[in-house]
Every structure is written in C-alpha cells, then in structure tokens.
Design a binder for this molecule. Structure first.
Ligand SMILES: Cc1cc2nc3c(=O)[nH]c(=O)nc-3n(C[C@H](O)[C@H](O)[C@H](O)COP(=O)(O)OP(=O)(O)OC[C@H]3O[C@@H](n4cnc5c(N)ncnc54)[C@H](O)[C@@H]3O)c2cc1C
Length: 505
C-alpha cells in the first residue's frame, strides 16, 4: 500500500534501474525522487580524473533514458551531499532515503557517517541495501564464500513497472565537465563508453564469442583486450550488477552444456574460461570486502610491520618516468602509455607494472596507486588498494612475486608487437632484443634507428641489481617476528578460507 510521503532514491555507483532494490522498495511505498549528486569532494579528489567523469556522463545519460521509460526523471544536485539533502528535504519532506551500500574511498566513508548522523537528527530513515557480495559488519571470513553464493543466487529484480514520481520545483541538470575545472577534458581518448546499453553489448559479445579463449588469452596484452570481459568499469559504476553478470554467465554455461548434449560442437576452452570468469566475479567482492572490513588500507599497509620499509627512499624522478612510460623497460613503458590512452589493462600487466614500481624502483605503493586510480576507468577502491598492496608485498600473507619485465616480454609479447604499438621509438629494433634495447651496441643503435639515451631512455634502474636487492630486503623483512605476527592477524581478518591451491595468485 503506497503512502503519499516521498521516498528518496539516492543513486551513486549503481547507475541502472535493473536489479536495483532500493528503487523497487521506494516505489512500493510512495512517490519517488531519484537523485544523483555531483559531490565536489569526490570529483576534485586525487583518485578522480576526467576519464571517470566522461564514463560517468555516459552512465547518467543512460540512466536518464531508463528512468524516463518508466515515467520518471533524474534530479541532480551539486556540492556537499548534506546541503543537497537538506534543500530537497525542506522542499519535499521526504521520510526515507533508499540507497545501495557503498564500499568507497575514505571521502565517501566519512560522508556516509555524516549522512547517518544527519538522518538521525532529522528523523529520516536511511535504508542501505547490499548490491554486491560485500557483507557489512562482518565478524570474520568464516563462511563468507557461502554467503556470497547465496546473494548471487537471489532473483535479479526487474525494474518497477509503475512508479509515482514526486514533482519537485528544484530540479538540477546533468553538468558539463567544464563545471569542474580540475578535470582534463581530453583525458583518456579511447576509454570505454559508459551506460547500460554499452554494458549489455560488452557482456553479450564476451559471453557469445570473445570469451571462448579467455583462460588462455587473458594474460597477454595482445589478446586480453578482446578475450577479457572488459566489464570492469560497468561493474564499478553499477551499470550492471555483479549478480546479473554472475547469473548471465551461469546461464550461458548451462546453454552451452545443453548445446553440447545436443551434439553441437562447442569451441574447446569455453567451459574452462567460464569457470575462470565466474571465479573472478567472486574475487571482485572478496577484495572489496577487505576495504569494507578495514577502511585504512587505502592509506596504510595491511601488515603494519612493513611500515617505514620504503617511505624514506621515495624517488620522484623515477616515479615520474614510470607514470610517463619512460623507464627504459619497453613492456613497462608500453603498458603505462597504453593505459593513458585507453584506461584499461589486463590483470597480469597491471600486476607487473605495480610490482616494478614497488620492487624495482622501491617506491611506496600509495602515490603510484593513486596514479593508476586516475588512469584506470574501472578504479574500484576495494580491489585497487588490496591489489596494489598485494603486488608490493605488504599484505604479509601473499606470496612475494617480483615480475621481471624481460621475462614478461618473452612470455606475453615475444614479437614485441604490443611494445611497438605503444613505443614507436622502438619500431626498427629487432625482436630478439626488444625486451632490452639498451643491450644494443652503438652500431646496432644507429642501424636500427634508436639511439639509447636520445631516442629512447636508458633503463632508470638495472633490472638484475634492483631485483636482487628487493628480493633480499623482502625476505629479510618477512622473516622478522613482527612480520610473522602481523601475517597471522591479517590472515585471520582478511584471508581466504579456501585451500591455498585454489586461491588466486
Ligand atoms: C594493481 C592492480 C590494481 C587493480 N585495480 C583494479 C580496479 O581499480 N578495479 C577493478 O575492477 N579491478 C582492478 N584490478 C583487477 C583486475 O586487473 C581487473 O579487474 C581486470 O583486469 C578488469 O578487466 P575485465 O573486466 O576484462 O576482467 P575479467 O578478467 O573479465 O574479470 C571479470 C571481472 O572480475 C573481477 N576481477 C577480475 N580480476 C580480478 C582480480 N584480480 N581481483 C579482483 N577482481 C577481479 C572484475 O570485476 C572484472 O571486471 C587491479 C589489479 C591490479 C594488479
């Protein structure tokens, strides 16, 4: 039974109307106000960039269309969330705020605490509902995977059929990017397009065709752009719920089994690929759960025994070279330049470049992870900081894995095709020397049109020396009693309960 008191639906990183329980619950109770707020504190933060704004704009355009299809309008606010809420509340007297739970950065966390207090003072009920497998106020990780599976198995909610919309006088509009002068308009020229339609098309092409060799092809930057799902920004901005992604993939697996039973020829690799993909959808929430349980990991090491290990050795010049793709290691430089332009990279290459910054350059992970946050269109704080720390060896519990840029070139880009696409200075360099062009003799350099130190930088650090030094420092640190004690604590709080052989690397 509907009442006449307005219900406010606050959209954040859930920019869709499908599988959107807050919208459904609100619509069942009264007239709805659908709100999106451009929060200055978030948009001007160090982890937000022009590409995020462009992707967001696509999502909002799409959400406007979807809401109109069910008879509604999206209202926009700008500024401090509490000011916007107060203004709307004075005008409409809404009694409820409906939203999804968010595991965001420190700014959104503090803002949520302030909103909860404000709601208490104004007698407003704020109902936050889960949208992923992340569990609020989780005691410990025992049984977490079961709870995740239970949530993913729940029915996907269709959008409400009929909604009463609350007419409001004050009705903001979608804002041009120029409204926020700190954002660079041309940032990330070829990023993915935001919105529900693009999300569904991406999912469809992956599950019907592109994903057949996902498991085999996910690690090389030559094949990953096509063979990986590319759904990450859509999951980050909530154009698609993780439950929808999970159930659609499971349905595809069922359909393929049925087709196989009917005698149809299914490309080898499909079943293994779907298994790997479904597992990664769980990882998404597993990593976000870590930030939910310990918000400080955005800023400080999981294992505090590692504090002070790198801080005093920060090298700004090397950091800038890494950001700009000018380290003298072709595969690292190709990855960093490609990221600038496209906003996406596969897991293996993300891990490699983070590892290079933390081990070879021995720079603390915080600033580099902020740079990556700005260039990844899919920046998701919970996954991002957990992974950044994991690839830097400071979680205390994960295997120390120092990637060699030379080995990764030989394994993942043996012909140097990806490298030459993004580092054109190396166009004339033969394949057998592409991983280490600085090994060319002066005569070879002039013959192949690439003088090291002039056309392309000499390596900023020596691989063998840096690798060995990082390895011995890490193992020495890991062996201390303080690090071992911290490892136990971190494992208890955050560690997967799966047997080690079945965990991610
Ligand atoms: C240093 C570092 C930072 C990262 N930062 C982010 C980030 O900000 N946002 C982000 O979405 N992913 C991040 N990842 C994880 C991973 O690289 C991306 O999720 C993946 O490359 C996205 O491409 P895709 O959607 O095609 O993934 P697919 O391989 O098709 O996987 C499907 C989905 O599963 C999830 N997933 C896949 N791999 C992982 C993983 N290793 N950990 C957690 N979830 C995973 C993602 O939601 C992804 O969209 C990071 C990895 C590293 C090493």
């Amino acid at each position: 039974m509907q009442s006449s008191t307005p219900q406010l639906v606050w959209f954040k990183k859930d920019l869709r109307i499908h599988d959107h329980r807050p919208l459904v619950e609100a619509a069942a109770r009264g007239p709805v106000i659908a709100l999106y707020v451009y929060e200055d504190a978030l948009i001007t933060a160090a982890d937000f960039a022009g590409r995020h704004y462009r992707f967001l704009d696509g999502c909002l355009t799409s959400l406007e269309v979807e809401l109109r299809q069910i008879g509604g309008e999206l209202t926009y606010g700008r500024g401090r969330l509490l000011d916007v809420m107060l203004q709307l509340w004075r005008e409409t007297g809404f009694t409820h705020i409906w939203s999804h739970e968010e595991t965001g950065n420190g700014i959104s966390y503090q803002r949520d605490l302030a909103l909860a207090e404000w709601c208490g003072q104004h007698n407003i009920a704020w109902r936050e509902l889960p949208q992923t497998g992340v569990v609020r106020r989780l005691g410990n990780r025992d049984g977490w995977a079961g709870r995740w599976a239970e949530r993913m198995g729940k029915a996907v909610l269709p959008p409400p059929e009929s909604i009463t919309w609350q007419p409001i006088e004050w009705h903001g509009h979608r804002l041009e990017m120029e409204t926020f002068p700190t954002l660079e308009r041309a940032d990330g020229a070829d990023i993915q397009k935001g919105g529900r339609e693009a999300a569904l098309a991406t999912q469809d092409s992956f599950l019907r065709q592109r994903g057949a060799h996902y498991r085999k092809e996910m690690s090389s930057p030559l094949t990953a752009f096509d063979s990986c799902s590319r759904l990450s920004p859509y999951l980050t901005f909530g154009c698609l719920s993780i439950r929808e992604a999970y159930q659609t993939a499971k349905q595809q697996r069922t359909d393929l089994y049925a087709a196989k039973a009917n005698g149809e020829k299914i490309p080898a690799g499909w079943f293994g690929s779907l298994k790997s993909y479904l597992g990664r959808l769980r990882w998404h929430c597993h990593f976000m759960q870590k930030l939910e349980d310990e918000p400080n990991i955005e800023y400080q090491n999981f294992a505090r025994a590692y504090d002070g290990m790198r801080e005093s050795e920060w090298n700004e010049e090397w950091h800038q070279a890494w950001c700009a793709g000018q380290t003298g290691y072709p595969i690292i430089d190709a990855v960093m330049r490609c990221l600038q332009q496209t906003g996406w990279m596969n897991f293996r290459m993300r891990a490699m470049t983070m590892s290079f910054s933390s081990y070879h350059l021995w720079n603390h992970w915080r600033e580099p992870s902020l740079h990556l946050a700005r260039v990844f269109t899919d920046y998701e704080p919970g996954i991002h900081y957990s992974q950044a720390q994991m690839q830097s060896g400071v979680t205390g519990i994960n295997t120390i894995r120092i990637y060699s840029p030379i080995k990764q070139t030989l394994d993942q880009d043996p012909e140097g095709e990806f490298i030459k696409r993004w580092v054109p200075e190396l166009e004339g360099v033969p394949t057998d020397i592409i991983a280490e062009p600085h090994q060319m003799t002066p005569m070879e350099q002039s013959l192949f049109g690439c003088v090291i130190g002039k056309d392309y930088p000499a390596p900023i650090v020596d691989h063998a020396t840096a690798y060995k030094s990082a390895q011995s420092r890490m193992f020495a640190m890991r062996g201390t009693s303080a690090a071992r004690a911290e490892a136990n604590r971190v494992q208890k709080k955050h560690g997967s309960r799966k047997p080690a052989s079945r965990q991610w690397r």
